[in-house]
Design a protein around this ligand. Sequence first.
Ligand SMILES: CC(C)(COP(=O)(O)OP(=O)(O)OC[C@H]1O[C@@H](n2cnc3c(N)ncnc32)[C@H](O)[C@@H]1OP(=O)(O)O)[C@@H](O)C(=O)NCCC(=O)NCCS
Length: 168
Amino acid sequence: MIRLKKGLRKEDYQTLFEFYRDVDTIKYFRIADKLMKFSSAGEMKRHFDSTGGLKLFGIYQNKDFIGYLVLNKDEIGIYLGKKYNGKGHGTDAMKLFLNKLFKQGFKKIKLDTCTENKHAICLYEKIGFRIVKKTKNDRKILVKKGNKWISKKSGSIYFEIKRKEFSK
Ligand SMILES: CC(C)(COP(=O)(O)OP(=O)(O)OC[C@H]1O[C@@H](n2cnc3c(N)ncnc32)[C@H](O)[C@@H]1OP(=O)(O)O)[C@@H](O)C(=O)NCCC(=O)NCCS
């Protein structure tokens, strides 16, 4: 069973730091080059704390921390550790989160990803998000060249979902 909890515990930051060591899981994030350079869970936590407006929600499968959702105004994001991918947890967590936000009074929720992130695009469309805008070459992602990660330009896809469009 998937549960959400506001805020991350100290040990969750440690687990997240270990998840982030697998660059493949963060390569599509706008700040991937920054995330891959954290030298400790403490440094990573300080970065999250310093961003002010970001609200983190831990995703737990039974008692295990498996990833997080993030809310910034009316925009959200999701991240799961590699071993928890492809099992329906992203769908379950996202539905729980949208249900919670819409109950709290949000009328519309937005998110975006890069054009390469086919898995995330599938998830968002499956849940009912609509594409509202596509752009070209407005962000950077990481790609592997030999055994090195290098930056590459990518496009973005912007999505939104209205409360009345969301069915649990
Ligand atoms: C994107 C992410 C949240 C998806 O979560 P998930 O739990 O793996 O997704 P689900 O298992 O619920 O699958 C959702 C849909 O994606 C599709 N999908 C599953 N595995 C896929 C894959 N390897 N490639 C492409 N699409 C895939 C399927 O359509 C699936 O729905 P279905 O099983 O009903 O057909 C997760 O992979 C993740 O955290 N990735 C790293 C961080 C990231 O990219 N976050 C988004 C940045 S904007």
